[in-house]
Design a binder for this molecule. Structure first.
Ligand SMILES: [Zn+2]
Length: 471
């Protein structure tokens, strides 16, 4: 159900800022009231408001409460009947936007038989083939998917060794066109020799400085590293020096496959985690992605240093690398978030996989029920806090207006105690109808408003065709 002023509402919303400046009116023109059958706030008390509304002003949530009260108090605000369930947009704590053009690509060699072969035969050939326009379009496609599936913020990890300098600006341009929120970094690696490693470091430093100067609330930055087994001590030491001056932590893959741990033990006589800890890579601003192959000592290191671990269950399944012991890590004080590793833009899928994977792995249907909501809601929100100033992942006054509305009519009572069950077995399969980021409507009634989907897909197909030829 949409307010009969719907078209006017949407048009005026997109122009809201400008109109507001022109008229000097504090309220009315730029205020937007989004109304739904239920508002799931995910605030500290887990409040769910039946027939609720969210008031958005200047990109932030100004108020939340019963629709009747908010409509009475803000009669001038434009109204949007979002229907269904309104909740905070989801955050993906580890993403590779560049992976789009691998979709459906045939490999001429034997199929890769293990993780290192997957890198050598697929990803390291694909990322090297990426040129400027490929980077732009391969990012726009998953960014559209993010909008469609209610993922409003992504922590990305980028690689394009054939086009390093300026690559993060191209990604930032795609993110800006899409209207999403993203933190970006470039993966430094020694796999292409010292020149490429140096260029990767420079790209991180340049983009971290750019973000600091611009203070764009939608853009964040980190210092990207590939993984221990492709990085020398010398390169890692240079990265530590550079990042320290910028107050940045790192975003890197850690012990994703046993090969990473074997490499560290053979070359340095210690585990991957221990090596990274000794070099000063770990810490409360660092995201250690995967951590599938970690032992008790490694878990202690991660907990002691306050390092974030990001779990990517679908990617781990797809690459056949193993099941990360994230439940044990959480029990021992390691903060764990949830990402997709570029496998999908749909975090609802990732949530569902995380929920069932550990039950199967442990042969115990009781596990993961408490841990997975902590990963996706509580911990991803805190991870986002490393890169963005405004609170995300919660509907409360002062938080960023990153909200989604799903076409979902609960068939059983929906309340604090039942929300997680609804999410796993109902909401996760429901259609996201509306996606709003920083108060801007990116999708309404299932239609993307700012991007020409057909044009982007058509151009992406042509670019992918050429890339597959080069590959
Ligand atoms: Zn990854």
């Amino acid at each position: 159900m949409i307010d009969n002023r719907e078209d006017e509402t949407i048009d005026r919303n997109q122009a809201g800022e400008k109109d507001e400046r022109r008229t000097g009116r504090e309220e009315s023109i730029s205020d937007l009231l989004v109304i739904g059958d239920s508002v799931v706030t995910l605030n500290r008390s887990g409040e769910i408001i039946p027939r609720g509304a969210v008031l958005i002003r200047h990109g932030l949530i100004a108020d939340v409460g019963p629709a009747e009260r908010l409509q009475g108090e803000h009669p001038q605000a434009r109204r949007m009947e979002a229907g269904g369930v309104i909740m905070p947009g989801l955050i993906c704590a580890h993403m590779h936007l560049y992976s789009t053009m691998a979709r459906g690509m045939a490999l001429k060699d034997e199929p890769p038989a293990d993780f290192v072969q997957i890198l050598e035969r697929l990803w390291w050939r694909l990322d090297r083939a990426l040129q400027e326009e490929d980077i732009l379009y391969s990012a726009l496609v998953p960014l559209m998917d993010c909008i469609r599936h209610g993922t409003t913020a992504v922590i990305d990890h980028h690689a394009s060794p054939g086009c390093i300098a300026g690559s993060l600006d191209i990604l930032a341009e795609a993110v800006s066109q899409a209207g999403l929120r993203a933190s970006l970094c470039y993966e430094v690696s020694d796999r292409g020799g010292p020149e490429e490693a140096r260029a990767g470091i420079e790209e991180n430093v340049r983009f971290l400085r750019r973000c600091r100067q611009e203070e764009n609330p939608l853009l964040g930055a980190s210092f990207g590293l590939h993984a221990s087994f492709t990085l020398s001590d010398e390169t890692l030491q240079r990265c530590v020096e550079q990042a320290a001056g910028l107050g940045s932590g790192f975003h890197l893959h850690v012990a994703e496959d046993a090969a990473d741990v074997r490499d560290a033990r053979e070359k340095y006589g210690k585990s991957t985690v221990r090596r990274l800890a000794d070099l000063g890579i770990l810490g409360p601003r660092t995201l250690a992605i995967h951590c599938v192959h970690v032992d008790g000592d490694d878990i202690e290191q991660l907990a002691e240093t306050g390092t974030w671990v990001v779990h990517n269950p679908q990617s781990n399944c797809n690459n056949g690398v193993g099941v990360a012991p994230v439940l044990e890590m959480m029990a021992r004080g390691v903060p764990v978030g949830l990402g997709s590793d570029g496998f999908t833009a749909n975090m609802f899928d990732e949530i569902r996989t995380a929920n069932i994977l550990h039950k199967l792995d442990r042969h115990d249907p009781r596990v993961a029920y408490a841990e997975v909501p902590r990963m996706i809601f509580e911990n991803n929100r805190r991870i986002a806090g490393l890169f963005f100033d405004q609170p995300l992942g919660v509907i409360e006054p002062g938080a960023a207006a990153d909200i989604i509305a799903l076409d979902y009519d609960p068939a059983t009572p929906l309340g604090m105690g039942s929300f997680w069950g609804h999410l796993l077995f109902g909401l996760a399969g429901a259609r996201v109808e509306t996606t709003i980021v920083q108060g801007k409507i990116l999708m309404h009634q299932g239609k993307l408003l700012g991007l020409d989907e057909a044009e982007i897909c058509a151009r992406s197909r042509r670019l992918a065709e050429r890339l597959w030829e080069r590959f």
